[in-house]
Design a protein around this ligand. Structure first.
Ligand SMILES: [Mg+2]
Ligand SMILES: [Zn+2]
Length: 357
């Protein structure tokens, strides 16, 4: 699987930069606050590290190679003793007036990385303490973070690992036009804004959002003049696909089941984000419709969700009242989803022995 890379500046980022801007003696050596715990968190989440540093005039008078090597060895040794290793250390030894292509923000040092396809650009970033580091990030087409007064290492790790998981899906066919937006990590109370043209269905989808603890926005224009079939089926597929996209690579999430009672009715729901679609729905309704929703479409909806989500979904419902039966299935699915997508494992491990789901 493709891994994200952190391209990390050295002076001012890993170690403090002295006033004369040259860390050429061990007496000037100080690690930047919080760098080790942040890099360990990122390492555990699958990040690889590459050091990219400008060392003005290295190897010339005033900055002998030996002075650089001494500090560099100490730095790499300390980090390595804590389990932090660099895949590569890339150094530009030139001065600004030499017109080289490797001095940041030039991309000469990282050009061989840019042409490779085995890393995950969307999650990769440059971390540095200067504008030239941010410019390097721009030139590489990846995110950039500037360590310093505004941003600590802890905040960089948080931004890279704990950012909200969101997705927006637009799906247009002859029968329906659907827009679904989800946010699995809402900052406050989850927001539900749902308009499918079917009042009871809206109410049920709200249950998924509320009980799933996720922001859910769904707009549907369907061929309701025919019946509710396409609207419900296509909403299920689009919702599943949006959830799947927001979940991303499934780091730190689980697989779950939930047993939920609601007055006379109860639901057993089991969900495994396995990457394979399978759905089972056991339950009988004694009415054809609840509100404007055909009860035969309930099983069909969940099958469509499982398909879009590429998940294994089992729902077994029991009870008397048809409104309760439908509602308990949607609520149970929401509760299951909440547990399944929660980032419960701080190491960000993928919950499978195969390392991929
Ligand atoms: Mg620097
Ligand atoms: Zn250079």
């Amino acid at each position: 699987m493709s891994h994200p890379i952190l391209f990390i500046d050295r002076d001012g980022t890993l170690i403090e930069e002295p006033d004369d801007q040259q860390v050429d003696a061990i007496s000037k050596f100080r690690l930047v606050a919080g760098v080790i715990p942040a890099l360990l968190r990122l390492r555990d989440a699958g990040y690889r590290f590459v050091m990219v540093t400008n060392q003005d005039g290295l190897g010339r008078d005033g900055y002998p190679q030996r002075a650089f090597d001494e500090v560099q060895r100490l730095l790499l040794g300390i980090l390595e003793s804590q389990g932090i290793v660099f895949d590569e250390v890339l150094v530009c030894p030139h001065r600004g007036d030499e017109g080289c292509s490797c001095r940041k923000p030039g991309i000469g040092l990282v050009a061989h990385r840019l042409i490779r396809l085995d890393w995950d650009r969307a999650r990769s970033a440059v971390v540095g303490d200067r504008q030239s580091d941010l410019d390097l990030a721009t030139n590489m087409g990846i995110a950039g973070f500037r360590i310093g007064r505004e941003l600590s290492w802890q905040e960089v790790a948080k931004a890279l690992l704990d950012s909200p998981r969101t997705a927006r899906i637009t799906r247009k066919t002859k029968e329906t036009s659907i827009e679904v937006a989800v946010n699995l990590d809402p900052s406050g109370e989850p927001i539900a804004a749902i308009a499918t043209g079917l009042g009871f269905f809206d109410h049920m989808l709200e249950q998924i959002g509320r009980h799933g603890g996720i922001d859910l926005r769904i707009q549907v224009e369907g061929d309701l003049h025919i019946d509710d079939h396409h609207t419900i089926e296509d909403t299920g597929i689009a919702l599943g696909a949006a959830l799947r996209s927001a979940i991303g690579d499934k780091r730190g999430i689980g697989r779950f089941g939930f047993y939920l009672p609601m007055d006379d009715a109860s639901a057993r729901v089991a969900l495994d984000l396995s990457g394979r679609s399978f759905s089972r729905f056991d339950g009988t309704f004694t009415r054809d419709k609840v509100g404007d929703l055909s009860t035969e479409m309930v099983a069909h909806f969940f099958r469509s969700v499982a398909e879009g989500l590429q998940a294994n979904l089992h729902i077994i419902i029991d009870g008397e009242n048809n409104h309760h039966l439908v509602e308990v299935a949607f609520k149970g699915f929401g509760r299951c989803l909440r547990d399944a997508v929660r980032r419960s494992d701080p190491s960000g491990a993928i919950p499978s022995t195969k390392g991929v789901l």
